[in-house]
Ligand binder design. Structure first.
Ligand SMILES: Nc1ncnc2c1ncn2[C@@H]1O[C@H](COP(=O)(O)OP(=O)(O)OP(=O)(O)O)[C@@H](O)[C@H]1O
Length: 262
C-alpha cells in the first residue's frame, strides 16, 4: 500500500493514498444491440486527494456517467473503480450503500433540502440517519466556512437559492467524507450566488483539505478547480491545470469547431 500523502488534509487520513478515486479501463454501455450506447470508452483517470477537479465536455460526452461510476451511484460494464484503496466495482449493493453513506458526499443541482427542517437540521440529517454524532468543532468550522452561522435556524424557504446550496455544501462537508461529488452544483444559481458557492467549495479544498469532483458546463465554474479534465465521446481527451475561464472557454470552442468539421 502506498502511504504517501502529499497534500495535507483534515482528520485521520494517515495511511491513505494521495489518490482519492481511480478509474481504470472503465467502460459503461447502456442498452444492447442496435440501441447500445457506449457512454464511457476505456477511461483511465486518477483524482488527486485534496484537489478540486472539474469534469467538462460536450453534452452526451459521458460526464455524469463518469461521476456516477466514480461515486458508486452506477455500475460499470467493465473496468475498475477504486475509492482510495477500496475497489468499489464488484461491491454488493449493501456494502456500496454503506460506503457511499460513510465515505462520499454529494451536491446536486437541485438543493434537495427538506422543507420542514431548518438549516442546521438539514446539515446534520444524513449523520442523524446514519446514527453518527457530528463532531461539534468540525461542524462549527464547516458552518463558518460556508458563511451560515447566522442562518442556522432558517428553513429553506427563508433562504435564497445561494444560501440553500450553501446548506447543501455544508451537509456534504459535515460528515467529513473522503470525497465530494457535485453534479452542476451551481447550475440552478445566478452568477453571483454561483460564485459564492464556488468560492466556498474552493475554501473547503484550501482550508479543510476536502477533495471535490464537479461536473460543469460553465467555464467560470471550472476556473475555480485545480484541474479540468475533458471528455469527448466517452473518452478522456485532455486536461488542464490551474485553468482560467478564458483558457477553458478557448478549449471548448476548439471542441465545437472540431465537432462541426468532423
Ligand atoms: N440511463 C441511460 N440509458 C441509456 N443511455 C444513457 C443513459 N444515461 C446516459 N446515456 C447516454 O450515455 C451518453 C453519456 O451521457 P451522460 O449523461 O453521461 O453525458 P453528459 O456529458 O453528462 O451530458 P450532459 O452534459 O448533456 O448532461 C449519452 O449518449 C447518453 O444519451
Amino acid at each position: 500500500m502506498t502511504t504517501a500523502v502529499t497534500i495535507p488534509r483534515h482528520g485521520d487520513t494517515g495511511g491513505r493514498t494521495a489518490v482519492a478515486a481511480r478509474a481504470r479501463q472503465v467502460v459503461k454501455a447502456y442498452g444492447a444491440g442496435e440501441t447500445r450506447v457506449v457512454a464511457l470508452d476505456h477511461v483511465d483517470v486518477d483524482i488527486a486527494r485534496g484537489q478540486f477537479t472539474a469534469i467538462m465536455g460536450p453534452s452526451g460526452s459521458g460526464k455524469s456517467t463518469l461521476m456516477h461510476c466514480l461515486a458508486g451511484l452506477d455500475t460499470v460494464t467493465s473496468g475498475q473503480i477504486h475509492l482510495a484503496d477500496t475497489e468499489i466495482t464488484g461491491l454488493k449493493d449493501k456494502k456500496l450503500t454503506q460506503l457511499r453513506r460513510d465515505r462520499v458526499g454529494f451536491i446536486f443541482q437541485a438543493f434537495n433540502l427538506l422543507p420542514t427542517l431548518n438549516a442546521i437540521e438539514n446539515i446534520t440529517l444524513p449523520m442523524d440517519i446514519a446514527g453518527r454524532k457530528p463532531d461539534a468543532d468540525w461542524l462549527r468550522q464547516v458552518v463558518e466556512t460556508v458563511g451560515l452561522a447566522d442562518r442556522l435556524g432558517h428553513r429553506p424557504t427563508q433562504l435564497s437559492g445561494g444560501q440553500q446550496q450553501r446548506v447543501a455544501v455544508a451537509r456534504a462537508l459535515a460528515a467529513r467524507p473522503e470525497i465530494i461529488f457535485g453534479d452542476e452544483p451551481t447550475g440552478n444559481l445566478d452568477s453571483r450566488a454561483g460564485a459564492e458557492v464556488l468560492s466556498f467549495l474552493r475554501t473547503s479544498v484550501d482550508e479543510l483539505g476536502q477533495t471535490i469532483v464537479m461536473v460543469t458546463h460553465d467555464p467560470v465554474a471550472a476556473s475555480y478547480a485545480d484541474r479540468v479534465i475533458y471528455l469527448a465521446d466517452g473518452s478522456l481527451v485532455d486536461e488542464m491545470q490551474n485553468p482560467t475561464a478564458e483558457q477553458v472557454l478557448d478549449r471548448m470552442k476548439d471542441f465545437d469547431a472540431r465537432g462541426r468539421t468532423s
